[in-house]
Design a protein. Structure first.
Lengths: 668, 421
């Protein structure tokens, strides 16, 4: 013992004090502060999303329009790669040496340890040769993914396409979508996105500090399985869709066919179209760019977005309203001298042909402009000239009941309203009260400011076929395996015309095909009731229009065909419609009295002068600065030329300018 | 003879032996959890570090037993020899040593085993210090004796600093407790604490404001004791030293310390929080311990340590596994065991008749306690990250064996406490 005996208490005290400090700190971080437990969970938890298969889309008979096809992504874990024959490997994948180096650097930068995508979306064919030899290249592996695949490459504008989500989609989805997810961008893929996409699953896994998977988190308690998207049964009939697309190749225009008894759209052709498979896979960007550069704009969904003057195809409607209003009877006659004198305007009949004495049915059959101008003037004037505006408004409302001038709420996006001009429009154009029936007489024959989409025209035929009502046209017949049908598609929409008034009009329409303007397109053994239209338009030659339904008794199909800038309805639209109708009703096409064949029409090139489209195209598609850059002297020519120069001139300059575009119709 | 045998057996301090075994077992199980390998799940599988640790424990227990059978006189007599051998090894390691993690601290001794001389230096230094201070007429208060004692401590410190192993170097500072017990002025402790405080404040705050505050405090004290000339002079001298110190801290901090040491100090003082880079280890270590909550995640269920988020999880950061899998309860148990051990060692020290045994016992207690304080303090962010093992628990043969020798030599001396060494 020595004199410093007491100091042991000091030393022990220091030891105890320090241990107490350590314990206090431990108490704080282990019990008081909860953040460390949260951080530990975040460290170790790796959530992965399990993507469900997107729902397939079928045609009305169960044939596949779009399905999911396996594709293969080649993955790389750079650390595990051993030296190998890069030349051989590049050949297998179809990439060059530079491409290989770029991908390698990218993968290495992403992570030397973790797997990342080395090459995206190999097709099954490419992968077949790769897979045999993949084991020779350690560090590389493949994962299977699914992409959209279109076995028959039809109905591109109907189906639409999917693409990676944009920032605003992500914002709007309240966190559902993440960058890199796919979403329907147009068409059915867009409008039925919620049904098609299915439900994503979540996989909770544990990872170590390097990101290597270490098994399920909490034994999979919080995992959810992916639910595949529902199957959609579309109303399209793939056979007539294919035929329609074939007939419309090298033409600009559209075909819409509807089943009158249901409102189901059977055929939905927009031309020019594109192969939907081009919007999938590795070349998607290039393909899309090419299509955007096409002046005829394949992405323009003509059945619902293009607006045309219905032309003479409007006449049956005009007659029906007049009958309902009691302005005329089926027996009302008119002596056609080849024109109609409305005030100081002369409405000529086609080619100035004098039809002589016509009644309503024969006026429809012969497409007598004079008769319908007379009817229109009678309608508008029947309350006296002072009441023109009010009477016109009534008439306009009656027209709108047929679905013109309004969206039909089709179940794909992008529908246009068409146009039935308002009285206000005329007030502004002329002056209030400064217009008469004679001023707006072009409406009588479906011209002037009247515009309708092909869908609206087809729907109009449905209404006539049904004697006074239509079902909302729709493209998707049933959702899921239970074939759920939306209730709104089972309701009749009446247009306010008594069914009795339809027979005389239909008689006329039958006559159109039997011996009238459309007699070239008569189908042996099937009574088709139709109406040709030659829609004058400011942009060049008239659009060829034909609307019809068939058979007369118990109609199965109503159709509208528009071939842009191709002249008379009887020449192009009517035969095309007749083929579609016959194919749908009979399953095959019989020889025609007139000698027309499908081949003849499928091979015909009616592409309008691209210069007509160029000005529109430039406005819509080209970004401003590009347009400016292109604005050289040579460029200005065709745009100017449009107004006055001869067609030959226009063509010359346009082909020079737009070498990328298909050649003009003169090739025929 | 029989009497003698029995008394030997009873004289061994079994409480300490029990704590020793308990800590070794805790260490073994936690190493198992920390570096668990699914391919070799067995805790005694020799492919793994936990299997090896089992071997080390067995070897250590045997060595401990052998030490208890040795003659005390033998240990005392050989103290200088041990010390010289250690110094030689420390010198050799600087030349032929293996560099692991920036420290040239290991000598390969074949068979895949490596020897870390600095671990054994603690033992031999304690032994020689005890031997010297227990000599006749040696008082620490005398400058010559203090200088010799400081040299005994300083020589191995210097050699270890050359490796450079900062952690093991600092361990020798714990000898200040031994010297204090043997009569060193308490001012050493107070001034030591003062200098640590000054060091921290002068890194955290600009030197001029720190000096300003020191001057203000000094002036206040001088004002109170202005009659007493001695106090005034002492304070003025102290003030001068403090001012020099503050500036030298900045200088040392900016020019002498290595960047990684600077960063560690910065992180602990909250100047920098670089969670992905230099602060990663500490942050993950705190997450591991903090996520243990009250009762821990359970044996082999710690995600932080098992999935390698915590670095060095079987050696310097082994306490993370304790904290994560056994929670605050486990931390409390382990810290309680250590506290109990060092207090028991102080108790043992004070019951010795021989100054040699007492001084040595204080050396053992100080070394062990310093290790515990720095190691656990480091894992929870109270002291900068300094790589020293947790006694008996951290993985490592050299460390375990040297602590065992350190402890069992004391137990041997204690068992002979009735005799005269």
């Amino acid at each position: 013992m020595n004199s410093f005996f007491e100091r042991r208490y000091v030393i022990a005290g220091i030891f105890i004090a320090i241990v107490v400090i350590l314990l206090a700190r431990l108490f704080y971080i282990q019990i008081v502060d909860p953040k460390y437990a949260i951080y530990a969970g975040k460290n170790v938890l790796r959530q992965t999303i399990v993507y469900p298969a997107r729902g397939p889309i079928l045609d009305r008979n169960g044939k596949i329009l779009v399905q999911n096809e396996p594709f293969y992504d080649i993955m790389i874990a750079p650390r595990e790669v051993k030296p190998f024959d890069t030349v051989e490997f590049c050949k297998l994948l179809g990439i060059d040496r530079d491409g290989f180096n770029k991908r390698w650097i990218k993968a290495w930068k992403y992570s030397p340890v973790l797997k990342s995508v080395f090459e995206k979306q190999l097709t099954a064919q490419t992968y077949a040769s790769v897979s045999e030899r993949l084991s020779e290249f350690p560090g590389f592996s493949a994962i299977t993914r699914y992409l959209r695949n279109y076995p028959d490459s039809v109905a591109a504008q109907f189906l639409g396409y999917i693409g990676e989500v944009q920032d605003n989609d992500i914002k709007r989805s309240n966190g559902y979508y993440h960058p890199g997810d796919f979403i329907g961008v147009t068409g059915v893929e867009k409008s039925y996105e919620n049904v098609l996409r299915g439900q994503r699953g979540v996989n909770n896994q544990m990872v170590d500090s390097r990101g290597t998977l270490k098994g399920k988190f909490a034994n999979g308690l919080y995992d959810t399985a992916a639910v595949p998207g529902l199957r959609l049964t579309s109303s399209l009939d793939i056979n007539i869709q294919k035929l329609g697309e074939r007939l419309m190749q090298n033409k600009v225009g559209s075909i819409v066919a509807i089943e009158p008894s249901t409102g189901e759209i059977l055929c939905y052709v927009s031309s020019p179209t594109y192969n939907p498979n081009l919007m999938v896979g590795r070349e998607r960007g290039n393909n899309a760019a090419k299509m955007y550069a096409d002046v005829y704009n394949p992405f323009f969904i003509r059945p619902v977005q293009a607006k045309y003057p219905p032309g003479s195809s409007f006449k049956p409607l005009s007659a029906l309203i007049a009958l309902q209003e009691g302005i005329i009877t089926p027996q009302t006659t008119y002596y056609c001298p080849g024109y109609y004198q409305a005030g100081n305007r002369k409405i000529k009949c086609n080619n100035g042909e004098a039809h002589g004495l016509v009644n309503m049915s024969s006026a429809v059959a012969e497409s007598c402009n004079g008769y319908f101008s007379m009817v229109f003037q009678k309608i508008i004037d029947h309350n006296g000239i002072k009441q023109t505006e009010a009477t016109y408004t009534d008439w306009r409302n009656n027209v709108k009941k047929f679905g013109l001038g309004n969206r039909l709420d089709l179940d794909v996006p992008g529908e246009s309203r068409g146009n039935v001009p308002t009285p206000l429009y005329y007030d502004n154009t002329y002056r209030k009260g400064g217009w008469r029936a004679s001023t707006i007489i072009s409406l009588a024959i479906g011209q002037g400011e009247l515009l309708a989409t092909p869908l609206q025209m087809a729907n109009l035929e449905c209404t006539i076929a049904n004697h006074g009502y239509y079902y909302k046209p729709h493209l998707v017949k049933a959702i899921g395996a239970q074939n759920v049908i939306k209730k709104e598609y089972t309701l009749r929409n009446y247009v306010g015309i008594d069914s009795g008034y339809f027979e005389p009009v239909i008689n006329g329409m039958q006559a159109v095909v039997e011996h009238g303007t459309g007699n070239h397109s008569k189908i042996p053994g099937i009574i088709m009731c139709g109406k040709t239209g030659t829609a004058q338009n400011p942009g060049g030659e008239a659009h060829s229009v034909f609307v019809a339904f068939a058979p007369r008794e118990n109609p199965k199909i109503a159709i509208a065909v528009v071939v842009e800038n191709s002249g008379e309805g009887a020449h192009w639209a009517a035969p095309i419609a007749s083929f579609i109708v016959e194919k749908y009703l009979r399953g095959s096409i019989s020889p025609r009295e007139s000698g027309i064949t499908v081949e003849q029409f499928a091979n015909a090139n009616r592409l309008p002068d691209s210069a007509l489209y160029y000005s529109r195209f430039r406005k819509k598609v080209l970004p401003k600065d590009t347009a400016k850059k292109l604005k050289t002297d040579s460029l200005k020519k065709p745009v100017k030329g449009l107004k006055g120069a001869s067609r030959q001139n226009k063509k010359d300059s346009s082909t020079r300018l737009l070498a990328v575009l298909p050649k003009g119709k003169d090739d025929k | 003879m029989i009497n003698n045998q029995r008394s030997f057996f009873f004289n061994v301090d079994w409480v300490t032996v029990f704590i020793f075994l308990a800590l070794c077992t805790i260490g073994w199980f936690n190493i198992h959890a920390a570096v668990f390998d699914e391919r070799y799940p067995s805790i005694i599988d020799a492919h793994t570090n936990y299997g090896k640790q089992f071997t080390f424990i067995v070897v250590s227990v045997i060595v401990g037993g052998v030490i208890l059978l040795l003659e005390s006189r033998f240990i005392t007599a050989l103290a200088p020899a041990f010390y010289i051998i250690t110094l030689l090894l420390l010198a050799i390691v600087l030349v032929v040593g293996r560099n692991v993690g920036g420290n040239q601290a290991w000598i390969n001794i074949g068979g895949g085993f490596r020897l870390q001389p600095s671990e054994f230096a603690k033992f031999s230094t304690c032994l020689l210090l005890a031997r010297y201070l227990s000599g006749p007429n040696i008082r620490v208060t005398e400058p010559k004796a203090f200088a010799i004692a400081a040299a005994i401590i300083g020589l191995p410190m210097f050699l270890i600093m050359m490796q450079p192993d900062m952690g093991s170097t600092l361990v020798f500072l714990s000898m200040v407790f031994v010297l204090y017990r043997e009569g060193l002025s308490p001012y050493f402790l107070i001034i030591g604490a003062l200098f640590i405080a000054l060091f921290v404040t002068s890194i955290l705050f600009p030197p001029l404001s720190v000096i300003g505050i020191i001057i203000a405090i000094t002036m206040a004290i001088i004002g109170l004791f202005r009659r007493n000339k001695r106090v005034v002079y002492t304070m003025l001298t102290g003030l001068a030293i403090c001012i020099v110190f503050v500036f030298s801290v900045k200088f040392i901090y900016n020019n002498v310390l290595k960047p990684h040491q600077k960063v560690r100090i910065d992180i602990i003082l909250g100047i920098k929080s670089d969670l992905r880079g230099k602060g990663y280890n500490l942050n993950q270590s705190k997450i591991a311990i903090g996520s243990g909550k009250m009762w821990g995640k359970g044996y082999l269920k710690g995600t932080q340590t098992k999935y390698s988020f915590v670095p060095e999880q079987s050696t310097d950061f082994i306490f993370c596994t304790v904290g994560e899998e056994w929670g605050f309860a486990g931390s409390l148990t382990v810290l309680g065991l250590y506290l109990f051990l060092v207090l028991r060692l102080i108790f043992i020290a004070e019951r010795q008749r021989s100054p040699f045994s007492r001084i040595y016992a204080y050396g053992v207690a100080s070394v062990i306690f310093f290790h515990v304080m720095i190691n656990i303090g480091m894992t929870i962010g109270l002291v900068p990250v300094i790589g020293i093992p947790l006694p008996f628990i951290s993985y490592g043969g050299s460390s375990l064996l040297s602590f065992t020798i350190l402890l069992f030599v004391l137990l041997k001396l204690d068992s002979n406490r009735m005799g005269i060494v």
